[in-house]
Write a new protein. Sequence first.
Length: 582
Amino acid sequence: MERRLAAILAADVVGYSKLMGEDEAGTLAALKAHRITLFDPTTKKFDGRIVKLMGDGVLVEFPSVVAAVECAVAVQRALAKEDSPIKLRCGINLGDVIIEGDDIYGDGVNLAARLEALADPGGVCVSDIVYQSVHKNIEASFEDMGEQKLKNIDGKIRVWQWRFAAAGQQSSSSETSTDEVLVIPEKPSIAVLPFDNMSDDAEQEYLADGLSEDLITALSKVRWFFVIARNSTFTYKGQAVDITKVGKELGVRYVLEGSVRKAGNRVRVTVQLIEAATGNHVWAERYDRQIEDIFDLQDEMTNTIVGAIEPELSAAERKRVAAKAPENLDAWESYQRGVWHMWKYEPDDLIAGLKLLKRATDLDPNFTLAYAYMSYIHYQKVVLGCSDNIKDDLDAGMKAAQRALAIDDQDSVAYFAIGRIYMMQGQHDESIAALETAVKLNPSFAQAYHGLGMVFTLADRLEDAKASCLHSERLSPRDPIHWASTVVHALACVLSGDYIEGAHWARITIQNPRSTSYWPHAVMASSLAHLGQIDEARAEVALAIKEKPDLTLSYLSEVLPTKKPNGLDPYLIGLRKAGLPE
């Protein structure tokens, strides 16, 4: 077996399925023209060897990592100047590859492909080893994207990206579903960035994260505000950020950032509210407190921030939306650690999160949010296919959600949790009512809009489903589970008979490096089968089964109950054509 070190460039056409659906002949002609006039000669100029073409993608090997990056940037700049409908994402890695004839394999190739999927349209993502090798040798500015967990890649990889934004061009986040610049809402809009832990003890990270999350929750309940979801703002964690750039990427007018330092039994919190477009400070404050006063501190900061952004809000309104804190600090810590595990959406983390949330409710039996997220974890175990007993998990989820509502019938997360359980139990009207209550109580609750998108899909309200998914994506454009909204959007398209759009949204989901579970491959397989692309559909079924070996048509019928009899038929018929077992 021959091996060698090589620089690998993986490139892919953005929105290929959609382009083909709109104009197949024109798209193919444009791709061919760009290859002949731009990509091939540029690759040759930098001594690259095209290893293989993969439909809408290409794999290129370079003898020099500098040459690989210069080639990718040159191609992207040329495409931008042409204002072409053809846009590329590029990923570059330097690593060990296995040689077999003219082809190459190995982890070095796999990582390049994952980096490509992470890039913005028109962008170039590189691994840290590539950045360290080239950043002093080429005229291109890279942005630190921090450590990223990439699908099927062990550990976390530090990633850097060259964007058009660095060259004065428009760019959108790789997590958004379109290439359009996000429009800032008319209502006051804010993103709360994860607070920095300035303590010497890394174990105090939970305190900084907890304060950030509690502020997001409290501000979200102000009906005048448009608040970006926690999962999007936390993608900036650990990065040195440009506030103006954050404002553009998330489409908000204000950005809140801060830091937490704990020493002994005292905590110091510094907070500043910044107008994103100008970088001007609207308000800043420093708080020194005993650790026992942490909940009073949260309430005080929330009220002050609300007052700084919307002075006309009354004191009564600010009091109404203040977060209801647990009485026990140990319970709060267990809750924060449990939620940290929950957001990872991995089977082992769901179990760990459930144990920690149970501990929180044992310490504080009136901890509403802990019960609500216990319910949500039981739901996740079922929907992600890692439940040992579906009925038991749904029953436990219902019991926890009911307990949350019994404690506080004005808590949006409790309605969200019970709405998800209702849906999985086939009670669609009850699910819709609960989730609509959740978004009424918290208009910025991105996950509740995603939940509505899914239950609308199963209730045969397909246009409402698509609209809810798009709204969820706007509220949380960088969400690590952005893929969940796009794959539900894809399923809604399949059920409405729009298989080209179904394939388009499924492809977006698959290209998301944080995508997980069998879902995106199954929906893609059904879409392709309906479009007559049986071989490609069978390949997607194989990938879905690799994620969940016991995946069958009957299993899908069980975990996706529809309001209309046989409502899943278009989806299941496509999968049957693609070879999924009964």
